[in-house]
Design a protein around this ligand. Sequence first.
Ligand SMILES: Cc1cc2nc3c(=O)[nH]c(=O)nc-3n(C[C@H](O)[C@H](O)[C@H](O)COP(=O)(O)O)c2cc1C
Length: 164
Amino acid sequence: MRTAVVYYSMGGNTRLAAEKAAAHLGAELIPIAPVDAYPDKGFRKFFWGGKSAVMGDKPELQHYDFNSGDYDCVVLCFPVWAGTFAPPLRTFVEENRSALENKVTGIIACCSGGGADKAIGKLIKFLGTDEAAAELVLIDPKDKPDAANDKRIEDFCLKLSYER
Ligand SMILES: Cc1cc2nc3c(=O)[nH]c(=O)nc-3n(C[C@H](O)[C@H](O)[C@H](O)COP(=O)(O)O)c2cc1C
């Protein structure tokens, strides 16, 4: 069984979580990023990113390699923006909708405070499914290191492994 860990990260927190999960799962890491990068500093960062998330934007993505036939399992990782999943994930799901239908799906959400469960629910709904095989919420794992996070990631990967 092969697994792809697909992630968007602006500040490196989601990247860290995705890298650790991919290492556990022996998975391929697939970063995605918009062609036009979001501002990543100050007020503009929250204004434009938040607006884009609320508007349900699907920003054009830079080239990524995702040969869906190669994988049985896909882990989608995103930062929570304005209570929902960051827009690059919306584009990725839209571009690979039918390919994702028959895959075991795991979801990792990174946030700084709250709203991650709701954001995961929104992604599940957008995927058109009822549930994910495994879900994980981490609070800024890079910026606020927590010794318990490795165990959380390990448990997530274990749960996913049972399902795949
Ligand atoms: C535009 C924007 C909106 C955000 N909205 C939320 C939010 O609604 N809830 C929350 O807990 N964190 C929110 N955050 C914080 C990020 O989700 C959090 O810091 C995350 O770990 C960042 O991941 P990254 O470093 O991979 O980009 C927001 C960050 C940005 C840039």
